[in-house]
Design a protein around this ligand. Structure first.
Ligand code: AHM
Ligand code: MG
Length: 341
């Protein structure tokens, strides 16, 4: 019995953030406050998602976002909640969100002086909400380039992924987790609903070097580049020595697909298709944060030909192809994509 009680030694997210504040040279608590407010919004959004089926907040609001995608009520709710909580931190001067055509800038005195900007997808995979499948929030934090005291500018948001100060996601699944990195490893916190706190549950996550899961929307097979088709064919070959055939697992909610592969080993792909020649996923608030986490956990993230974190964004909602996950599997995809048949 004693060992069970000992196992329940709790380190909350806030406690952890304060202890790790020294990771930041000249730490002043600003980043800690920002992440604390992201955690607050995550708990409120979690509550909304949990009772979605009861509270008439499933379904669409009848509008589309800048990318022509149907907006769900919960997309709207999550976006508003994250924006207001991040604004309340007073540490952020502006936000880029999947749900807003343009950047949202804050012009109260405290926020104008904020050191950080945030890019986010408030509810990734929201098309799955009606069927009660896990969804997520993705966030990415940069230091601003524009001078403090002034309004944030578009340039603040168009920085290479390798300049991220922190990135993470919240997964609203069978349990709710917040996973983040500041470039010093990946840490996962599970929400204990009985005390309303995110508690450290996954310390310094390392993803397996390889794995036997491939995650891709195979319905698009016919319009994938030949190299991707060859990789998918390779996954299905019977070869016990190389652990094949691999298992196909695709939830259609990137955070959930990535999270599973991060823990057990695997590769997630969203390649170019005829309908979406640049792929579907957005560079600054989907691919960059996921790529940062993957690399910090010992994995890899590319477009198939270029490291995601080295791409200089040219527009807010730019899309890029994404191959991310266990190091050797991503390498394998790259070999197939770059090989001249
Ligand atoms: P969203 O941000 O509008 O929810 O779209 C992103 C989602 C990802 O979570 C997921 O990997 C992908 O879209 C699924 O797309 P598809 O249905 O084309 O496979
Ligand atoms: Mg998304």
């Amino acid at each position: 019995m004693n060992h069970i009680l000992k196992a329940y030694k709790v380190t909350t997210l806030n406690q952890f953030l304060i202890e790790r504040q020294a990771d930041f040279p000249y730490a002043s608590g600003e980043f800690t406050r920002l992440l604390h407010h992201i955690g607050i919004a995550a708990k409120i959004v979690n509550r909304a998602i949990n009772k979605a089926g009861l509270a008439d907040i499933l379904g669409s609001i009848g509008t589309t976002n800048v990318q022509g995608e149907d907006q769900k009520k919960l997309d709207y709710i999550a976006n508003e909640l994250f924006i207001s909580s991040i604004r309340n931190s007073g540490e952020c001067c502006g936000i880029a969100s999947e749900e807003n055509d343009e950047i949202v800038t804050f012009d109260d005195e405290m926020s104008l002086d904020g050191k950080y900007i945030v890019c986010m997808d408030p509810l990734d995979g929201s098309a799955n909400l009606e069927s009660n499948v896990s969804v997520g929030t993705i966030f990415s934090i940069y230091r601003r380039i524009s001078p403090r005291g002034e309004k944030a500018t578009l340039e603040d948001f168009l920085q290479e992924g390798q300049k991220q100060v922190a990135a993470g996601y919240i997964i609203y699944g069978s349990s709710t987790m917040l996973v983040y990195t500041t470039g010093k490893g990946v840490y996962g916190f599970t929400l204990d609903p009985s005390i309303g706190e995110f508690c450290l549950s996954h310390n310094k996550v390392q993803t397996p070097k390889s794995g036997k899961i491939y995650s891709v929307n195979e319905g698009n097979y016919n319009s994938f580049p030949d190299g991707v088709k060859r990789f998918i064919d390779y996954c299905k070959v019977d070869s016990p020595a190389t652990n094949r055939p691999f298992s196909s697992r695709y939830i259609g909610s990137m955070v959930s697909d990535f999270h599973r592969n991060l823990l057990v080993g695997g590769v997630f792909l969203y390649p170019p298709t005829k309908a979406k020649p640049e792929g579907k996923l957005r560079l600054i608030y989907e691919c960059n944060p996921i790529a940062f986490l993957a690399e910090q956990a010992g994995g890899r993230a590319t477009t198939g030909t270029k490291r995601i974190l080295e791409i200089k964004p040219t527009s807010l909602h730019q899309r890029v192809p994404l191959v991310v996950g266990s190091y050797t599997l991503v390498k394998r995809v790259e070999e197939f994509m770059q090989e001249v048949p």
